[in-house]
Ligand binder design. Structure first.
Ligand SMILES: [Mg+2]
Length: 97
């Protein structure tokens, strides 16, 4: 759950830089998160790699929340999330150890 200050900050960023720039920022942060994930797998898991992964997760979360809020996607994303979590649960239940 976001605080009022976070929501206000996301609204200000959207108004200042525009929706196109914010969606492109989400794309950029998604790529940076993907790179951080690859590094965690490829390199020894030092504090630097874990810290970078945490930083990129935070960046991506902020941009996901910003875009969801401004494109009114919260309910649709929640619906897909339920669908996909149910599918994952069914897969897990059908796989024998
Ligand atoms: Mg980043």
């Amino acid at each position: 759950m976001q605080s009022n200050l976070e929501i206000k900050t996301m609204q200000e960023a959207w108004e200042r830089w525009g929706g196109t720039a914010q969606v492109m920022q989400l794309a950029e942060e998604s790529v940076e998160l993907a790179h951080a994930c690859h590094k965690i797998v490829r390199k020894p898991k030092g504090l630097t790699e874990l810290n970078k992964l945490a930083e990129e997760i935070a960046d991506a979360e902020i941009m996901v929340q910003t875009v969801k809020m401004h494109l009114a996607l919260n309910d649709l994303v929640a619906s897909y999330r339920d669908l996909k979590m149910n599918r994952l649960k069914r897969r897990l239940d059908n796989v024998r150890p």
